[in-house]
Design a protein around this ligand. Structure first.
Ligand code: GLY
Ligand code: MN
Ligand code: MN
Length: 457
């Protein structure tokens, strides 16, 4: 629905006084705000360096990067705004800033001049401040004005109305700009790494809270929702939101890779696969998975499957270092999975080696870049992503898994309905990787001990 339609649909229930006396009265007797933003955000100098790097890649070209617009959720109700991630990267703005904004880098003789075009907040002399549910202070609270945004970002600001209409229509940056940004975003700067550390730490605390709520989840008819709601509530309390829809998958649901329906029971004796990430206010997100026994103790067969996934993850960790590629990391994990599944005698002989029949039980990749997007840098060239050499400052996941579906007749019955994924977030260092999520136990005995520690009676 466009804005005009949504305003029309509101008319049927509008009762607000619409007379000059009311307008003058509601616009008067307001104190000046005492919370004006006057200092640069910690991200501002880093964002300036990113703009300079982008500028150097596109000399003489105008670059347009819109934040995006509000998206209708239903009728006249919008989703909470979340800016385009390239816009966030280049401005340092996070949370819900700023619907409709457009960043323009205008070419100059030496580089580019940046201007941030924004919808100015309605003044008290403008009835929008109490009539406009999308921008009015009465509806959404005080928003920073143009001067404040300039102080916060270090970027010159201008009213959106001044943006030439041709540019306003470019809803998306050009593909080459998207690709360049994706490639720039492969290596994180120091500020980004700290944001990711914070996201990981908040996520670990969320996993601990979920363990605390497991007795309630077991007792509830939709225990997976208890898990989801616990984690998602934590994400809202401690960060901006979840970085993606929480996967709270118990029992055979764990074999569905992106199980987000989360309406199942959490049963004693089953495993619970929790894949979740807190996105902090700057929009950087963690992406962590732990698979834990609902009762707090793995059964023998669960432990056996878990052990293979852990061994695969360890092999991926060992392969991850500067100069290696994503492909090397993935293959290190896959070699372990293949070898163990062959030992179990469940991989049939293939006609062709490249058939890789064992991948029936692990169909996803072992790693993806992580940052402002949970699947970060997706527009980067394959030569820089899958086949690109790892460099210090890159952050990615290591997340092998094994998934034996409940109706999989190709495996022994005891394996059916078991899904295990172990997902950690790592930072490439000078000589290897640092596991940013190391504080969350991975070894099965340590997982059990951790559950005893955090489970409420
Ligand atoms: N949570 C989605 C993923 O692990 O990639
Ligand atoms: Mn994940
Ligand atoms: Mn992931």
């Amino acid at each position: 629905m466009n804005e005009e339609q949504s305003q029309k649909s509101n008319k049927a229930r509008a009762l607000r006084p619409d007379n000059d006396e009311f307008k003058a009265w509601i616009g008067s007797q307001w104190a000046e705000p005492d919370d004006l933003e006057s200092t640069a955000m910690a991200s501002a100098s880093f964002a300036a360096e990113r703009r300079a790097a982008l500028s150097a890649r596109f000399p003489g070209k105008r670059i347009v990067v819109p934040a995006g617009d509000l998206k209708v959720r239903s009728n006249d109700t919008d989703y909470r705004f979340s800016p385009d991630r390239d816009f966030a990267y280049l401005t340092g703005l996070g949370t819900d800033r700023e619907p409709g904004a457009v960043l323009i880098l205008e070419p100059t003789a030496t580089g580019h001049d940046a201007t941030l075009y924004l919808v100015p907040p309605a003044g008290k002399d403008d009835d929008g401040f109490y009539t406009d549910p999308r921008t009015g202070e009465f509806w959404i609270g005080r928003r920073p004005g143009l001067e404040e945004f300039a102080a916060m970002t270090g970027i010159a600001t201008a009213p959106l109305a001044d943006l030439p209409s041709g540019l306003r229509l470019s809803a998306h940056p050009h593909k080459p700009v998207r690709r360049a940004l994706s490639e720039m975003r492969l290596v994180k700067d120091e500020w980004e790494v700290q944001q990711l550390r914070d996201a990981v730490d908040a996520t670990i605390a969320g996993f601990e809270r979920v363990v605390g709520e497991l007795p309630r989840a077991i007792a509830h008819k939709r225990g997976e929702r208890v898990v989801e709601a616990t984690f998602d509530g934590h994400a809202r309390e401690e960060g901006n939101a979840v970085g993606y829809e929480t996967i709270a998958a118990s029992g055979a649901h764990a074999t569905t890779l992106h199980w987000i329906t989360n309406h199942g029971q959490v049963r004693e004796g089953d495993l619970l696969l929790l894949d979740a990430g807190v996105e902090v206010e700057s929009l950087y997100t963690a992406d962590i998975t732990r698979t834990m026994p609902v009762t707090g103790e793995f059964s023998d067969v669960q432990r056996r499957v878990y052990g293979v996934v852990l061994e695969a993850a360890d092999a991926a960790f060992a392969a991850a270092r500067p100069g290696a590629t994503f492909r090397d990391v993935h293959e290190a994990a896959m070699d372990v999975i293949e070898a163990r599944l062959r030992e179990w005698g469940i991989v049939p002989e293939a006609e062709h080696e490249e058939s890789k029949l064992f991948r029936r039980w692990m169909v996803h990749s072992t790693s993806h870049h992580l940052g402002l997007d949970v699947h970060d840098c997706a527009q980067a060239k394959r030569e820089l992503y899958m086949d690109g050499p790892l460099e210090p400052g890159m952050v990615f996941t290591i997340e092998p898994g094994l998934y034996f579906k409940a109706d999989d007749l190709a495996v022994p019955a005891e394996l059916r309905g078991i899904g295990v994924r172990i997902e950690d977030d790592v930072l490439v260092t000078e000589d290897g990787v640092e596991n940013l999520s190391a504080a969350l136990p991975r070894e099965p005995d340590a997982v059990e001990a951790w559950m005893r520690q955090h489970r409420r009676a």
